[in-house]
Unconditional design. Structure first.
Length: 263
């Protein structure tokens, strides 16, 4: 389907899980599942086992990047731990992967997610770090992150179609595996005049959904088996109704901060 209404843009930011980016979105956006759970006092119940006991989820006061987290091949596989999603703290011997941002810190992100359709199951394309070319062209805006950055998420990534027959170049000490599974969830928002207002989609998407959308729009051949079978972003859109012909008001983002000290 895609059309709305030609030129497309994909903005891929870097290193955030779905929960890190908007840990309390489940309380702010109807239809979100797999988010953090909170007690009556607003304290997140989620935790991951660590060398000194459970590492709890906690709100982060700034937008600074933690220096301790990592999304390498081995760390990501340890974090996912065959779908248990309990290796984030162990992977770096730190609670930092459990941090998340509230709406007070990320007002733009929460406002953006409440306004435009949000993916509930947009996964990293592979369980490892990525080295993407992060820019495309310009009216349908796909806003996502290239990888999870080593930060906590509780939804196990499903299996995926391998893009080709090429295996990862692993060494003797690496965790065995291939490109036949996704990495943890990352944020995914699609902004367009034809976006469904305040919607949430539970279909599985990954970064090859961007390729699938471009290929469907301009009748281009697929590059790999993965994008040949990937879902486009059509489910974010209603091409029969332009709900955002007038640009909506989105909350201004905060001033970025460089780095935070290790906890």
């Amino acid at each position: 389907m895609p059309d709305p209404r030609d030129p497309s843009s994909a903005q891929s930011l870097t290193r955030r899980t779905f929960l890190r980016y908007g840990g309390s979105l489940s309380a702010a956006v109807a239809g979100i599942s797999g988010g953090l759970s909170f007690n009556a006092k607003g304290v997140a119940r989620n935790s991951n086992p660590g060398p000194e006991g459970p590492g709890p989820s906690f709100p982060i006061a700034t937008t600074a990047q933690s220096p301790t987290v990592t999304q390498t091949w081995n760390a990501t596989h340890e974090q996912i731990n065959e779908g248990r999603m309990d290796g984030f703290v162990r992977s770096v011997s730190s609670d930092e992967p459990m941090g998340y941002w509230t709406e007070d810190v990320l007002p733009f992100a929460y406002s953006f997610a409440r306004t435009f359709p949000l993916a509930n199951r947009w996964f990293c394309s592979a369980p490892c770090q990525t080295y993407p070319n992060r820019r495309f062209l310009r009216t349908l805006l796909i806003y996502t992150y290239d990888e999870h950055g080593g930060y906590y998420d509780q939804v196990p990534p499903p299996g995926a179609i391998a893009p080709d027959s090429i295996s990862p170049e692993l060494t003797a000490g690496d965790i065995p595996g291939g490109y036949n599974m996704y990495g943890p969830r990352v944020p995914g928002i699609v902004a367009s005049p034809y976006s469904k207002p305040g919607a949430v989609t539970n279909h599985v998407h990954d970064h090859t959904s961007v390729l699938a959308t471009i290929e469907a729009q301009w009748n281009l051949p697929a590059l790999t088996y993965r994008d040949a079978n990937a879902r486009t972003v059509a489910d974010f859109l209603d091409v029969g109704q332009a709900a955002f012909m007038e640009p909506p008001t989105i909350t201004e983002p905060p001033v970025p901060v460089e780095t935070i000290a290790s906890k």
